[in-house]
Structures are given as C-alpha cells and as structure tokens.
Design a protein around this ligand. Sequence first.
Ligand SMILES: Nc1ncnc2c1ncn2[C@@H]1O[C@H](COP(=O)(O)OP(=O)(O)O)[C@@H](O)[C@H]1O
Ligand SMILES: [Mg+2]
Length: 384
Amino acid sequence: MIVSHIKLKNWRNFSTVDVPVRQRQFIVGPNASGKSNLLDVFRFLRDIAKSEGGGLQKAVKKRGGLSKIRCLAARRDPEVSIEIALSNNVDEKPFWRYAIGIKQETRGYRQPYLSFEKVWYQDKRILSRPDREDKKDPDRLKQTYLEQVNTNAEFREIFRYLESVNYIHLVPQLLRFAEIIQGGMLEDDPFGQGFLVKISKTTSRIQKSRLAKIEEALKIAVPQLQQLRFERDKDTGQPHLAALYTHWRPNAGWQREDQFSDGTLRLVGLLWALLDSDSLLLLEEPELSLNNGIVSHLSPLIYRMQRQRKRQVFISTHSESLLSDGGIDGREVLLLSPSPEGSSVIVASAIEEVKPLLDAGLSVGEVVLPRNIPQDIEELGNYE
Ligand SMILES: Nc1ncnc2c1ncn2[C@@H]1O[C@H](COP(=O)(O)OP(=O)(O)O)[C@@H](O)[C@H]1O
Ligand SMILES: [Mg+2]
C-alpha cells in the first residue's frame, strides 16, 4: 500500500496543499520552504497511531502545541486538517482515505480536539465523527479512533500502515558519540543514535544478509574498504560496526565506526533503512556528506530497492546530482515555493515551462533546482 494523495490545510508553513504522490517522491525547495514540515505530516500520523505511547494529545504536545502546528498565515480559520489517500498502486483508485481536522479549546487547558475524523473505504464513508457518542461526551474528541484498538478495528490496515512509518536522518556525530551521550536519545531515534543497538537486535541471519548487501555497496563506493562486519566489544559488550581497509596491514586494518567517515556512516544507515522494512520511508537529504559520484547513483538505487519490496519513499533534497538521473519522472518531484501566504506545493511536471525541457531530455535536477535559488542570492556575496 502507498500514499497516493495528500491534502493539507493550515499545516505549518502551508495554508493548503492538494497533490498526488508517487511511489518514489522527491521533495525539493529552498531552505525553510517546508520540506521537513511536509515529511512531518507522516511522522505526526505515526505519532498518533503508535501502539506504545501514541495518541493525538501526545503528537500535538511533542510539537509544542497546536499553535506551533497551525499555519501562521491562517488568520481566521482555526482548523488544521490532514487528509491522505492510500492505494495499492500509484495509478489505482484509492482503497482508503483518512482525514482529521484539529482545533484547540479556546479556554481551560486549551487541549487539541478533533473537529472531525473521517474514514472512507473504496469511496464509502465508514466513519464520520463527531458521532452520536461524541456529541454526548465531547471529551471523546480528544482522542482519535485511529489511536484506539477498540475503535479502529474497521480500518486497522490504516493504523498498521501509519504506525510503521519510518523516518531517518542519520547524524554521524550522534552515532559516533552514542556511548558517551547515552540516555539522551529522542523518541523513535530519528537521528540514528541507536543505530548500532538496532543492528544488534536483528536476528543473526537478517543481520548477516543485510550487512553483506551493504558491504557490497560500500566496496564500490568507499575506496579501500574491503569488509564490513558487526561485532561486540569484548569487555563492555557494546555493539560496533567494523570495516577492514586494504591499505593497512592485514588484520591490523580493522576500524570501528567511530573512525568511519561521515559519508560511510550515512551510506550504511541509508542502505540499512532501505533494507529494513516495507513501510513508508521518509529520508531527509540523503545526499549529505556523500560525494556527487555516489549521490548521482542513489536515485536509481533507491528505485531498484523499493521496487522489489513495493515500498514508498519520500526524499527531501537539495541535490542536483540526486536528481540528475534521467529515469526520474517530473511527477516524482514536488516543488515547494515559499510566499508570505505560506509555501505552495506543485508537482514539477505540472509546471508549464518544465515539461518541454524534460521532454527534450534535460534531467529534473537541471530543470527544477534552478527554480529554487532565492532571487537576491547574489547579495550574500556582499555580506560581511
Ligand atoms: N505553524 C507555522 N506557520 C508558519 N510557518 C511555520 C510554522 N511552523 C514552522 N514554520 C516555518 O517553516 C520553516 C521551516 O520549514 P522546514 O520544513 O524546516 O524547511 P526545509 O526543510 O525546507 O528547510 C521555518 O521557516 C518556520 O518558520
Ligand atoms: Mg529540512
């Protein structure tokens, strides 16, 4: 199952969004145009659906309250809303649609509550809140039906889908210093601090086969790297990754992850995430710390890996190299453009001037990214 359409109202720096999405979806736009905010829609839905410690109240609180979420450009309309369509394949009609509207109490604890919650199964509406029970007891609207097992039975599939959404933005320094900064880990570990522990918890068969696949890629991408293995420290039992490099004496050349380059660590984290599950994967700027040669191969690699598993990937990026692959379709790119009324989101192929250039053989990177450069950027050259 994949997300095939997104509709938003007053979500962060977007007043309205209404776009179809593909199985591999790139999100591009200048700094602060809302790429991370767009990905956050799915982390938010996951935070609601999560079996342990999930729920609407917590998901809103984690983001600093509804006033932080609600678009600042939304003057009169107090409602934030999200609607997603889920389909078996991109071009098929949606199977499911899930929609919520959220408002905040105007007095008292100012808690967020649902202005509506709706579910459609193949165009038939199977849930519409507030329902009769909600009207009797409005406090019920502080929880979604999605987050409760005794109320989401009829659309458990949506719940399962959303609770398993995966986000990764691996920060190499956090991984390297994970032992020292122990304990200070964020919920769901978005920055990969607990990555080694995660590897250590997979069964040895899966661990071996994944690391072998990753090793295969690293041998191509990282000069001199020959072998990659998982090991535990003899004294402390701590999990580690180790790599053997050819330019040192045999067996003396094993290095642990604290000596890996940022790019190597990010690549390992990226490949692991791609191999990890079948659920929606949100990748933040996978190009970071990697050289352009590698980056230019990432898009087709992601495509091949996800196609085997029918998996959906959303990728925020600034990189022309990442978008240089001729196989990227204009529909696979969402372009975010900031304005005082909030950022707009459009599918690149829907931009009139873009299509003929793509048809003429230019890559999405060449055509779309120049549109991202702020108008007065030259002035930065005079800045002191
Ligand atoms: N509720 C909101 N209303 C309006 N703007 C917001 C809101 N929440 C965050 N923003 C703005 O969104 C921008 C950050 O967006 P972000 O998704 O991090 O950008 P990107 O990932 O594209 O660099 C910031 O400029 C921030 O001020
Ligand atoms: Mg960002």
